[in-house]
Design a protein. Structure first.
Length: 109
């Protein structure tokens, strides 16, 4: 495993909703190189995404308090939401949703 380079594909999605009913969607695709530690690819909203361990059978990802195991030929996802401005009446004026799906296509790079 030490000399074998593993590239993982990802699909990233973000959505912003505001109190007026406006919605903005953003999408991107890319590649993550499997290296232990914080992912060197800086993906909006997922700067704290890191890899804890790598083996032929499993890559363990960590994001905040959550850990997930990715296996060859499968995928995992992480998601969360962030509320924007909250006025004095407790009304939230906007919310941002973030999601990332990471796939191990079981193809050697």
């Amino acid at each position: 495993m030490e000399n074998e380079k593993i590239n993982l594909s990802y699909d990233w999605y973000s959505e912003e909703n505001d109190i007026g009913g406006s919605t903005k969607e953003f999408r991107s695709h890319g590649t993550i190189e499997a290296v232990i530690g914080e992912c060197k690819e800086k993906i909006d909203g997922f700067n704290r995404l890191s890899i804890k361990s790598i083996s032929k059978e499993c890559i363990t990802f960590s994001f905040f308090d959550e850990e997930k195991e990715l296996r060859p030929g499968s995928s995992i996802s992480f998601s969360y939401e962030v509320d924007g401005y909250e006025d004095h009446d407790g009304v939230v004026w906007s919310t941002e949703y973030y999601r990332i799906k990471i796939c191990w296509d079981d193809v050697k790079a």
